[in-house]
Design a protein around this ligand. Structure first.
Ligand SMILES: Cc1cc2nc3c(=O)[nH]c(=O)nc-3n(C[C@H](O)[C@H](O)[C@H](O)COP(=O)(O)OP(=O)(O)OC[C@H]3O[C@@H](n4cnc5c(N)ncnc54)[C@H](O)[C@@H]3O)c2cc1C
Length: 447
């Protein structure tokens, strides 16, 4: 059993909460001190679009922890208190609360879970009123309230990654006009190949989202408030701009002290330990190990935050535990159309230098004689031509096919080849699937 330690956590959203719970639940002898600059803990950002779009009627369920819950497990919790400096030599953090009071805490082990910040592009007019970002619960509340105003009629959503696409749907559900701007030629380009995004783009425009793909936003127009948006292709009148062009790791706190990736994310080993012994970094502020790339990468997801928090919690508390790495598995559901992916899409695999190849198949989920709840499913599996290692998979359907992608996540983690899937035992029952399963069919047709 390791000695009693005082473990300080900076940040208590998904990563910090997972680490705190791991330590408090399994190692109650250790002292845990938690700082968070925000006034809430464990906000599920994935619920923001559902809330803004009016698809959920109570926001309480978007939180699963609180100061009181953590204090109930004997943690010392400072809310609305920002850590402003870390003295790594003295093992001490210095913080300031919302009233300007300064305080400090020493530590034996430090876990940094400071997360990410929305990227703010340096364009003219970006500081105008009604230019909003989507990150905190408070951001969601603000956009929800703005959309209630009859003055807000036309909304520009900038960025067609998964948050921008979800927000475009949400704003349409509030009966406003939506213009979706994206520099790439299609939505969701980082996660899916165009065989999939073509369908998504049709669904978006079919539901009234005005698509402006291949357009670069250059200026936000107006006086104090937004009145329009300019791109390299045109000028548009809008009353609200929602920026959703991505996130950057929030790592200013230890800049120059800890090793980072090029984008600023703290480098960590498989124990989540940074370049300084006894200092861990987790969640959106840290790099992850991508099993598809076989290298460090930046993949900001709540799932990665939780798992990295669990790993760091055990290690900081004295039990060595290695991360299994990640695949960046993700999903999206827009007007009932489900897309899920894991690992690398074709473009990402090519960009990473693999001689990437894919195999794909499209079929009904169940035999055609099943007339109810039976939709076409698309699957594409990306693999390396030389080693035949599976690098990624994408699936899409109105059917809920989400559980299928986990098979590919494990396949990538376990470095399986495409050939290993050809004769995999996949059960058949007409209520669920077909005797010639689309996974088998895609694998069998791999060149
Ligand atoms: C709209 C939206 C939808 C999303 N949907 C999904 C989804 O469907 N699935 C998914 O897996 N992921 C999703 N994500 C991503 C997911 O929310 C993030 O990956 C996750 O929040 C990362 O958790 P974290 O704890 O590492 O960082 P953050 O959530 O960024 O939290 C960091 C915490 O640290 C605190 N902090 C920062 N600096 C300091 C400091 N100096 N002192 C004290 N406290 C500090 C902050 O106040 C904050 O509470 C979504 C994100 C958004 C914004």
């Amino acid at each position: 059993m390791s000695n009693i330690a005082k473990i300080v956590l900076i940040g208590a959203n998904h990563a910090g909460t997972a680490a705190a719970n791991t330590i408090l639940d399994n190692y109650p002898r250790h002292g845990v001190v938690i700082f968070d600059s925000n006034n809430n803990i464990s906000y599920l950002g994935c619920g923001t679009a559902l809330y803004i779009g009016g698809q959920i009627d109570d926001t309480k369920g978007l939180f699963y922890s609180s100061k009181e819950i953590l204090e109930g497990k004997k943690a010392k919790v400072y809310m609305e208190t920002s850590v402003e400096h870390i003295d790594f030599a003295q093992k001490k953090v210095f913080a300031k609360d919302s009233a300007g009071r300064e305080l400090s805490e020493s530590y034996d082990k430090l876990i940094i879970a400071s997360g990410s910040l929305p990227i703010r592009p340096k364009i003219k007019g970006i500081d105008k009123t009604n230019v909003e970002y989507v990150k905190l619960f408070q951001d969601g509340q603000k956009i929800y309230q703005l959309l209630a105003s009859p003055d807000i009629k036309r909304v520009a959503v900038v960025g067609a990654g998964y948050i921008g696409v979800e927000l475009a749907e949400a704003v349409r559900r509030r009966k406003k006009e939506v213009l979706l701007f994206e520099a790439a030629g299609r939505s969701l380009a980082s996660y899916y190949d165009d065989w999939f995004t073509g369908e998504m783009d049709k669904i978006l425009s079919g539901n009234g989202v005005e698509l402006h793909f291949g357009e670069l936003v250059s200026e936000i127009k107006g006086g104090e408030k937004v009145t329009g948006i300019d791109t390299d292709k045109g000028s548009y009148q809008v009353d609200l701009v929602v920026m959703a062009i991505g996130f950057r790791p929030n790592t200013g706190l230890a800049a120059g002290e800890l090793e980072t990736l090029a984008n600023g994310a703290y480098k960590v080993d498989l124990h989540q330990e940074t370049s300084k012994s006894g200092v861990y970094a987790i969640g959106d502020c840290a790099a992850v190990y991508s099993n598809a790339l076989e290298d460090s990468a930046y993949i900001a997801l709540a799932t990665n935050a939780v798992r990295s928090g669990i790993v760091a919690g055990h290690n900081a508390a004295g039990t060595p535990l290695e991360s299994a790495g990640v695949q960046g598995s993700n999903g999206i559901c827009i007007w009932g159309y489900n897309m899920v992916s894991t690992g690398l899409n074709l473009a990402a695999a090519e960009k990473a230098g693999f001689s990437a190849q894919y195999t794909q198949f499209e079929d009904l989920q169940k035999p055609a004689f099943i007339k109810e709840n039976n939709y076409p499913v698309k699957i594409r599996i990306v693999y390396d031509k030389k080693t035949r290692r599976i690098l990624g998979a994408q699936m899409a359907s109105y059917q809920d096919i989400s559980m299928g992608i986990h098979l590919f996540s494990l396949a990538i983690e376990e470095k399986l080849t495409i050939d290993k899937l050809k004769l995999l035992d996949i059960f058949f029952l007409p209520h669920f699937n077909q005797p010639y399963n689309y996974i088998t069919m895609a694998a069998l047709s791999a060149k």
